[in-house]
Design a protein around this ligand. Structure first.
Ligand SMILES: Cc1ncc(COP(=O)(O)O)c(C=O)c1O
Length: 366
């Protein structure tokens, strides 16, 4: 049996009639960017997340850059985040001219360790970007406490955590801004690039809206220097179709996670922990074992897709060396890099497939 890490073809097969119709409608209208599909997506997303505004942009990376810019963060400023993330989180801080200051993660959920925040704050610190990695929310109450005490902005990186909740509230509604990615691997994904920014502050939202479209206010008028980061209508039409299945998909991911949890419980591995105040979106199902590389080879032999995020954490990438980020002391991050592995978890995984994966993992340890 073959089990891919994700199965976009199965999803497409399930949604093909609605998808074809939505794309055809978007094309027939020839309103190709920031039109009715984008507006509808923005409105639904704001309602779902529980914020005043959701603003569609070109990607999750753009969302980070634009959120930082909208807060006026740039040269001379420091932004605290983690090394345990996709490089975009750090890249965005560097691209706006600010300096990333990295703190370690807590070992249970791999999210920013709030205990380490205060010691990372300097007079230049302007913001914190916690990453809800794998779909598990960071400890937002603790992070917001520190942010409030030191008058810092908070941008939640929700790229992997669509509709995950913390204390009953959706991620993306807990900081000043939330950023989401609709890249193809995400729980809600387009057939290209896309992202969205959530916010409840009117002025911040207005600034974000200007920045995403060249500072455009009216025909021939550009108020500020901005970006070309308009979400296109075809992506938005696709996202609107898939949005109808997002909650079902997350629920299915949780059911699959429960099957893994039970089947793998007696093995000498760590399965995902969930904080009592959190609901996991299971973008990825991460297990941990010192035998990670041998297990990976075994899965490969058995035709099972897997990932090892983050085998090479963002701060240790060659791109980050000129900024000295490799010098950050992140022992929990570095140990996790050698031990984590993600098993297939997506709504279209069959019972037979998940049983095969679980049995294969068990047979490796036997
Ligand atoms: C944690 C995190 N932040 C930001 C991004 C960037 O999103 P995009 O690929 O849509 O630019 C990603 C995408 O993989 C991500 O995983």
């Amino acid at each position: 049996m073959q089990v891919p890490l994700m199965d976009l073809k199965a999803e497409y097969a399930a949604l093909k009639p609605q998808m074809t119709e939505a794309i055809d409608e978007a094309l027939s209208s020839m309103q190709l960017v920031l039109g009715p599909n984008v507006q509808s997506l923005e409105q639904q997303w704001a309602e779902l997340v529980g914020v005043e505004y959701a603003i569609g942009v070109g990607s999750g990376t753009d969302a980070l850059i634009i959120a930082l810019k909208a807060m006026g963060i740039g040269a001379g400023d420091e932004v605290i985040t983690v090394g345990w993330t996709f490089i975009a989180t750090i890249e965005a801080i560097i691209l706006v001219g600010a300096r990333p200051v990295l703190v370690d993660i807590e070992p249970e959920h791999y999210c920013l360790d709030p205990e380490l925040l205060e010691q990372a704050i300097t007079p230049r610190t302007r913001a914190i970007i916690p990453v809800h990695v794998y779909g598990h929310p960071a400890d937002m109450a603790a992070i917001n406490n520190v942010a409030e005490k030191h008058n810092l902005r908070v941008i939640e990186d929700c790229a992997q955590a669509h509709l995950a909740t913390y204390e009953g509230e959706m991620v993306g509604s807990l900081g000043d801004c939330g950023i989401f990615s609709f890249y193809m691997s995400k729980n809600l994904s387009g057939y290209g690039e896309g992202g969205i920014i959530t916010a409840s502050d009117n002025k911040l939202a207005e600034q974000i809206r200007l920045l995403r479209n060249h500072g455009y206010t009216s025909k021939y008028e550009h108020q500020i220097i901005g970006y070309n980061s308009r979400l296109d209508e075809i992506q938005a039409a696709i996202l609107n179709v898939k949005l109808q299945r997002l909650e079902w998909g997350n629920q299915r991911r949780r059911e699959l996670a429960a099957i893994y949890d039970e089947a793998l419980a007696s093995l000498p591995i760590t399965t995902p922990a969930i904080a009592p105040q959190a609901e996991h979106a299971y973008h990825l199902y991460t297990i941990r074992t010192p035998q990670r590389d041998a297990l990976a080879a075994y899965l490969e032999e058995h035709d099972i897709g897997f990932a090892t995020h983050y085998r090479s954490p963002a701060h240790l990438q060659p791109a980050c060396r000129p900024y000295g980020l490799h010098l950050a002391e992140l022992p929990v991050t570095e140990q996790a890099a050698d031990e984590v592995l993600q098993l297939p978890i997506h709504p279209y995984l069959s019972e037979e497939q998940i049983e095969y994966v679980a049995e294969t993992v068990c047979s490796f340890f036997a």
